[in-house]
Design a protein around this ligand. Structure first.
Ligand SMILES: *Cc1c(COP(=O)(O)O)cnc(C)c1O
Length: 393
């Protein structure tokens, strides 16, 4: 129960919440996930891509936001198709959305076909060997479930080569071939001017011609913003659903989804010239008030966001919101702790047991990523396992 004051809960917490993890008083931080915002983001992407269908990518525990609650909420909101990386994730999606179509992106492990059938998941086939194995399984077992063919159009990560397409297209003319989708993946979608976008889109257009009558999917989150030529029959957003900016050169059209609050365990006075934290990497330029909060790099707050006298990896000093003011993160990030300079707050404005906001209250996932020298995707998927989690809807 979140009844104790002071609490990490935002003022206007809605009654319908799902929680997981330890009670608030037993953790260093509380992670709030706004399921309405995820569904809102899905709807806005879906409207942008219409008449194409809009799937949802929920791999990596729905980018750290919780695969089961996120899947259930999106399914309730009208999403019918989900993409995951692994079979184990497909199981989680199946439990949360019994009617969903589920594609597994990361290839079929040898011998795994019966597992796909048993949970009614569709493999995304990226090699001839997988195709042959899947085809043999379908013939032997009578399983009629579908699969996708993934073609490599220039990223050189996963997928069949375009040279293999004509032979496969001939197979797909047979009845009950079970190929429900062809897809490819853009390498540079978040850079709209990159030559590879046009080259990949054009290569995929030719594949679509070969596979006339089979649904086609090209765009991830950023790809949706490349315009209708990239929409095909189905788009596959992940990051944008969870609030990461799909158009990094322009303002973010997505709603923020997560709020991360960390408990203040001490407020201390630090004399001018005294260091704070490991390596004495920060020294007080004046007499300072410092809040020590109980989240660190073991919780997924990247150590690279801390102070490094030789110049840190990230663009600017990290910040957290305390008492509605942004305060700088100072010194090294420890495993379980970090320090904030709260000298700008009035004395007593922040005290032991209050919460500092590390993500949310205006601090975006993308900002934290910048401070850490990484991308929003990694900030989300690093979110620690120790938090109390609260899904609001
Ligand atoms: C992860 C992934 C996506 C989703 O990408 P975002 O950039 O998060 O929208 C789509 N397609 C494939 C093949 C992926 O691996």
């Amino acid at each position: 129960m979140l009844t104790k004051t002071p609490s990490a809960a935002p003022a206007a917490t809605v009654p319908q919440e799902i929680t997981a993890g330890p009670p608030e008083l037993e953790t260093g931080g509380v992670l709030f996930i706004d399921l309405n915002a995820i569904v809102f983001n899905w709807r806005s992407l879906m409207q942008r891509a219409v008449p194409a269908d809009c799937a949802a990518v929920v791999k990596a525990d729905a980018y750290g936001c919780g695969i089961e609650p996120v899947t259930a909420e999106l399914a309730k909101g009208g999403c019918r198709t989900f993409f995951v990386a692994h079979l184990a994730e497909a199981r989680q999606v199946r439990a949360a959305a019994p009617e969903a179509v589920i594609y597994v992106l990361n290839g079929m492990a040898p011998g795994s076909s019966p597992i796909y059938a048993s949970i009614d998941a569709r493999p995304v086939i990226g090699t001839m060997a997988e195709f042959v194995e899947w085809d043999a399984f379908r013939r032997a077992s009578g399983w009629l479930g579908g699969a996708a063919l993934h073609f490599d159009t220039g990223m050189n990560r996963l997928g069949l080569s375009v040279n293999e397409a004509p032979a496969l297209a001939a197979r797909v003319k047979m009845p009950d071939h079970g190929i429900a989708l062809i897809m490819t993946h853009l390498a540079c979608a978040e850079t709209p001017g990159h030559d590879l976008n046009n080259a990949q889109t054009e290569a995929f257009r030719q594949l679509r011609y070969l596979f006339r009558g089979v649904s086609a999917s090209l765009a991830n989150s950023s790809g949706i913003f490349l315009g209708p030529a990239a929409h095909c029959d189905m788009v596959r957003p992940g990051a944008a659903l969870y609030g990461v900016n799909p158009t990094p050169a322009a303002p973010n059209l997505m709603e923020p989804v997560i709020t991360l609050r960390a408990r203040i365990v001490q407020v201390r006075h630090v004399e001018r010239g005294a260091p704070v934290g490991y390596g004495a990497a920060w020294t007080a330029p004046r007499a300072s008030r410092v809040a020590i909060v109980s989240v660190g790099y073991a919780d997924g707050y990247h150590r690279a966001a801390g102070s490094f006298p030789a110049g840190k990896k990230g663009a600017a000093p990290a910040q957290a919101v305390v008492g509605s003011k942004r305060c700088p993160v100072i010194g090294r990030i420890s495993m379980d702790l970090m320090a904030l300079d709260i000298s700008a707050l009035t004395e007593g404005a922040a005290k032991r047991g209050d919460f500092a906001t590390l993500i949310g209250d205006g601090i975006t996932v993308d900002e934290v990523a910048d401070w850490s020298g990484t991308i929003g995707y990694e900030v989300l998927t690093s979110l620690g396992r120790r938090y109390r989690r609260v899904w609001m809807r």
